[in-house]
Design a protein around this ligand. Structure first.
Ligand SMILES: NC(=O)c1ccc[n+]([C@@H]2O[C@H](COP(=O)([O-])OP(=O)(O)OC[C@H]3O[C@@H](n4cnc5c(N)ncnc54)[C@H](OP(=O)(O)O)[C@@H]3O)[C@@H](O)[C@H]2O)c1
Length: 361
């Protein structure tokens, strides 16, 4: 028996709708802005799902997306309660602004829905804990949209690290430099404290998550500094933090919303047997006799455009987790730790760069 009372095998399947002998999982998109269009395009490529509901704060926004993709047999509305009560909905795709994610995620879990939730999934440790616990209680599957985990460079780096290409990591650095301005559809809410909350939660969380994912260890302590050079955000737009991991690894992350340059996601990983700098690899075990960097030709994390993000792979991964009944490496339980690190960095900023130990009380 699953958490929502359905029996395995019948769980999460849309009545009367069959693909390859299976009925499809019903997806509900809630919160329609720019990223929801990229999500919808990816869901439509997966043969095991059907978008059965699109809702947003304004029904016109939901209707526009449904019309853009020619969605048929699909509920369009503005009431989240209707989506929660809709038995055709198996997967809740939460893509509204930051400050609504946690409560909507908790309600989705309590309604027995699997969850695809945009980052940041919460804005406080209290929300972080409640969301994690609600999902654990409900036993639903979840994926948090740390979509860079499916970027081909990062997938390849993860495999290289696992193969011992650089030996034992002792230093790691990942930076998120993304000049945000009013070209962003989310600008009005994203630059506020109430909804955007902080640079680390709104954008830097991608870099913190990549650090955790690539290093494979949890952060034990952070200290951070910030400034707000252009004064366009209600919080400090530029943050740098140093980190110590539980295994002694040291690292750094920065997030710059005031950056004047194309989007950049810098990755530096130094190990006892080699070093990785973005897509350049220096490896004593893999490339003995190497005289220069070996450059990996692949898709890099070098664009903030949501159409560049590997949402296809992320959505496919959640569907696989549901159909094969296994937990995602990028679940809400895992992402709890990424958010905790971001909040520890914000706590350090709030007390003038004081070191903050994790886990947070
Ligand atoms: N993983 C990634 O790489 C990535 C990339 C981009 C964005 N994101 C995240 O995705 C989320 C959305 O970002 P975005 O760029 O798409 O912003 P956006 O364009 O502003 O879209 C958010 C939409 O949510 C709707 N909305 C507002 N209040 C709502 C509520 N209470 N409940 C439901 N919907 C509500 C609004 O539509 P109406 O008011 O018109 O209904 C708005 O258009 C953010 O959390 C952002 O951090 C993640």
């Amino acid at each position: 028996m699953q958490a929502n009372g359905a029996t395995p095998g019948a769980f999460g399947l849309v009545e009367g709708d069959r693909t390859m002998g299976e009925r499809k999982l019903g997806v509900a998109i809630h919160g329609v802005g720019q990223v929801a269009y990229a999500h919808a395009a990816s869901w439509l490529k997966n043969p095991h799902v059907q978008i059965v509901s699109v809702t947003s704060r304004r029904v016109d926004s939901a209707r526009r997306l449904a019309e853009r993709f020619g969605l048929e047999d699909c509920h369009v509305g503005d009431r989240y309660e209707d989506v929660l009560a809709n038995p055709r909905v198996d997967i809740m795709n939460l893509s509204g602004p930051n400050h609504v994610h946690a409560e909507q995620g908790i309600a989705a879990a309590e309604a027995g829905k699997h969850i695809l939730i945009e980052k940041p999934m919460c804005l406080s440790m209290e929300e972080n804990r409640r969301l994690r616990d609600a999902v654990a209680r409900a036993g639903v599957k979840s994926v948090v949209s740390f979509v860079l985990r499916w970027n081909p460079l990062i997938e390849n780096l993860k495999a290289l690290l696992a193969a011992g290409a650089v030996g034992q990591l002792f230093y790691a650095e990942v930076d998120y430099w993304h000049g945000l301005a009013d070209w962003w559809t989310g600008w009005e809410w994203g630059r506020t404290w109430a909804s955007g909350r902080s640079t680390m939660l709104t954008g830097g969380c991608h870099a913190v998550d990549a650090l955790r994912w690539l290093c494979g260890h949890e952060v034990a302590e952070v200290a951070a500094f910030s400034n707000n050079k252009k004064g366009r955000f209600e919080y400090d737009a530029n943050v740098v933090a140093i980190l110590k991991f539980q295994n002694g690894l040291i690292g750094k992350t920065s997030a710059l919303f005031d950056a004047e340059m194309p989007y950049s996601f810098n990755i530096d990983l130094a190990g006892t047997e080699g070093t990785i700098r973005d897509n350049r690899v220096w490896s004593k075990p893999l490339f003995p006799g190497q005289t220069s960097w070996t450059e990996m030709k692949t898709i890099l994390p070098d664009s903030g455009d949501v159409d560049h993000h590997p949402f296809d792979a992320q959505m496919n991964h959640l569907v696989d987790c549901i159909l094969q009944d296994h937990e995602s490496h990028c679940s809400i339980a895992d992402a709890y730790h990424t958010h905790e690190v971001c909040m520890a960095i914000d706590q350090s900023l709030a007390c003038g760069g004081q070191p903050i130990r994790l886990p947070l009380e």
